[in-house]
Design a protein around this ligand. Sequence first.
Ligand code: ATP
Ligand code: MG
Length: 392
Amino acid sequence: MNLEETFKEANTILDTLQKNGFEAYYVGGSVRDYLMDVNIGDIDITTNALPEDIQNIFPRTIDVGVEHGTVIVVINKTPFEVTTYRTETTYSDYRRPDSVSFTTSIKEDLARRDFTMNAVAMDRMFKIYDPYNGQLSIKNKEIITVGDPYERFNEDALRMLRAIRFVSQLDFKLNESTFNGIVKLASNVQYISVERIVQELKKLYSGVNVSHAKSLLIHSEILKFIPYYKKLNIEDIKKTNVHSLINEIIIQQILNENNHFKNELKLSNDEKNNIKNSLSFYNDLGENESPIILAYNYNEHIILNLKDIISENNFLNQQYLNQIDDILLEKSSLTIKSKKDLAVNGNDLMKTLNRHGGPWLKEILSEIEKNVLFNKLENNYETIIEWVNDEY
Ligand code: ATP
Ligand code: MG
């Protein structure tokens, strides 16, 4: 990996901070990724400069949480999070520290980080500072809390979900006592906001070892405290093979038809519609609907996604796969893609038949739509008007 290139812009931040008399290090995921020799995601920087120092030194900064010590520094349009060394004091809500105190010691800053693999610092010459043996845990592919797991998870319950998400993302194992800490404190997950839970679940499902992470969610019983999941059947969760949270929900809803989907996970409208349409498509497949109608009613993304879901989960009806192939074939030769593509509209019909609008309009339009779709009527203004005059 070309280090100089990857860290080029970020290095100017470390340089500048040092020239101004401060210490600065890379920390977190970027150092972990570098040590694992995989592509580096976002680069986080930690420094003993205070937020106001950082804002004074750099011409372009964005205030994202100065009270927590974080400032975004923008270099050539790339944003970098620069965070002041800090320690976290008491926690009373299992979510965030009651107060943040800055410290002048990098070692103390690293001590408040969640896992040893995330608590390795690297300076601008790419020299590593690793007081908690993070490199060893990366080498052993093991996730271990910095310090006592019970204490660390008791401070911040989100860390338990982060641990399990990293199992999937990095394909690491969970250290035994770290896992036992999760078992003891699983119920604290109920205090975490659903948005943050969902964020972690999405990362979990996009990881490379989803099944290991799912088995940890199950065995630690943390699942019992996650909205929506708590009402599912464990066997059903175990048996699915999916790579996104949305697809997991789609399958779970297929398996539990009576389980009314109440959006406990606060998903976006797009996501909700995606789930709704996928379920309706799956149902229609069982109803022997004509492939032309299904091709017309569902967009390609929904069809292809459901095809993946079915082919990767053999407990679902595999005969639907042939049906889906027929539907996809029809999709490419549909005469119209939506009502808007019809050569006539409601106004044309009202004029032709000299009638005021009303429910009859929708009926005739649907009839025209169907005939055009099945190639019984050419989608051409004169032809359709002539047909309407004959029929009505
Ligand atoms: P990635 O960006 O690949 O998801 P990351 O390790 O960089 O992984 P971030 O959420 O970007 O994760 O956090 C950056 C760093 O901040 C972490 O590596 C860790 O050192 C620290 N950190 C983040 N969240 C917590 C937390 N809840 N408790 C303690 N430390 C945390
Ligand atoms: Mg990161």
